[in-house]
Design a binder for this molecule. Structure first.
Ligand code: 0O2
Length: 212
């Protein structure tokens, strides 16, 4: 009986995160489609959402030395619901961030700018923890969602690094570590070149009239 109650508690918790994720996905899709309509330009290339599995939540709580309860999950794990937003250029990353930040029902709780300050291994992304209200039948739940924003090139690097990390964990050979750092720098410079190229094309090409 006790077990059934716990299962229901976790199912409800995950459901709330799913609702929050649906809301954030809709917000981002609206921004992208509206900009496509008024400026003939879509800042977002891909959107991917995921909910952490109960196993992964449990593992993270135990790693933090915490008891596995829904209260602790809500309080201490801010990335149960996650959205990964891939943009063409880093200017788009910050543009999407600004648009989200301006929305009155969104509270930005935390910003980690690994683009301005990459991680020591070279990882780049802009991470936001936001909180949004989810309107349920009898109450409002304020739910945290992690948004990771990055360019296509940063995403290419991060997905390869993730696979490599999976093989070696903390014992990554130095030569691989060095090559990852080197390729991260190449990604940065590629992003800058592509952005410059895009600016030049915008200057030279006949723009479609903006509807704004
Ligand atoms: P998954 O499978 O993507 O969910 P915190 O969540 O704050 O306790 P941390 O590490 O300080 O832990 O958070 P941070 O730095 O914001 O990173 C969280 C997520 O960013 C990770 O989630 C990864 O998705 C991604 N990330 C962070 N660092 C790296 C990196 O070096 N390489 C790659 N490829 N991804 C990174 P999870 O929970 O680790 O995994």
């Amino acid at each position: 009986m006790m077990e059934k109650k716990m299962v229901m508690e976790w199912a409800r918790l995950l459901m709330n995160y799913k609702f929050a994720l649906d809301e954030v996905e809709t917000k981002l899709t609206i921004l992208n489609e509206e900009l496509q309509f008024v400026q003939h330009y879509n800042p977002i290339e891909h959107l991917k959402t995921r909910i952490k599995t109960p196993e992964s939540i449990t593992e993270k709580l135990l790693r933090k030395g915490l008891e596995v309860t829904t209260e602790n999950a809500i309080k201490h794990i801010r990335d149960i619901a996650g959205v990964r937003v891939t943009c063409s250029f880093s200017t788009d990353v910050y543009r999407v961030y600004e648009m989200i930040n301006r929305q009155s029902d969104v509270q930005v709780l935390e910003v980690k700018d690994y683009i301005q300050n990459p991680k020591p291994n070279g990882y780049q992304s802009l991470h936001l923890i936001i909180q949004i209200p989810v309107f349920l039948s009898d109450r409002i739940e304020h739910v945290n969602v992690e948004i990771q924003l990055r360019t296509v090139a940063m995403d290419f690097w991060a997905s390869l690094e993730h696979k490599i990390y999976y093989h070696f964990h903390e014992d990554m050979p130095e030569s691989i570590r060095d090559q990852l750092k080197e390729t991260a720098l190449m990604i940065s410079s590629l992003d800058k070149r592509m952005m410059g190229l895009n600016e030049e094309v915008k200057r030279l090409a006949n723009p479609l009239p903006s509807l704004l």
